[in-house]
Design a protein around this ligand. Structure first.
Ligand SMILES: [Zn+2]
Length: 158
C-alpha cells in the first residue's frame, strides 16, 4: 500500500490527500521559484505522489500561480486562494506525478537517510546548504528519478 499523504494550507481552506510510493522528503530544490514560493530557508522540499490519487476537498480554493517572467518553467504550482500557502506542483514532463510540498503535509513523513540538493546553480550566496556526508549535489536536476532513488535504497513503498 502506498503511503497516504494528508496535506493542508495554513488557513484550512484547502485540504488534500494523495498516495505516494516515494514519500521520503529528500529532494531539496534551491531554484529561485521554489525558494520564493515556498523556501524561505533557501530551498523547498518536493515530494512525489501518484497524480491520479490527488483528492482536494474544495478544489476551487486551490489556485494556480503564474510562474512569472524571471524564469521559464512548465510546472503548474497551486496555492491556497485565501492564505497563499504553496501546495503542490504538476509538471507536464511527468504527468503521472504530483509533487506536494513537504511543508504542506500534516501526516508523518519518514526521515530520509540522505538528501539530494538540486538546482544549486540558482542558490544565492547567503544560502549555505547543510550537505551531509551521504548527500548528493547537482547544479541542475539530479540523475536519479524519485522512483530510482527510493528503489536503490529499498525505500519504495509498494
Ligand atoms: Zn489557506
Amino acid at each position: 500500500m502506498p503511503l497516504t499523504l494528508e496535506g493542508s494550507c495554513r488557513c484550512g481552506a484547502v485540504c488534500f490527500t494523495c498516495e505516494s510510493h516515494t514519500p521520503q522528503p529528500y529532494q531539496l530544490c534551491y531554484c529561485s521559484i521554489c525558494r520564493k514560493t515556498d523556501g524561505g530557508g533557501g530551498y523547498a522540499i518536493n515530494l512525489g505522489a501518484d497524480a491520479r490519487t490527488l483528492k482536494v476537498e474544495d478544489p476551487a480554493q486551490a489556485i494556480r500561480g503564474d510562474e512569472g517572467p524571471c524564469e521559464v518553467s512548465t510546472g503548474e504550482r497551486s496555492f491556497c486562494s485565501q492564505c497563499a500557502t504553496a501546495l503542490w506542483l504538476l509538471s507536464p514532463e511527468w504527468p503521472d506525478l504530483v509533487h506536494p510540498f513537504a511543508s504542506a503535509i500534516d501526516s508523518d513523513l519518514p526521515v530520509p537517510p540522505s538528501r539530494v540538493h538540486l538546482m544549486l546553480k540558482f542558490k544565492p550566496a547567503w544560502v549555505e546548504p547543510a550537505i551531509g556526508p551521504h548527500d548528493a549535489t547537482f547544479d541542475l536536476y539530479p540523475t536519479d528519478s524519485l522512483e530510482d532513488w527510493h528503489k536503490a535504497r529499498g525505500l519504495w513503498v509498494d
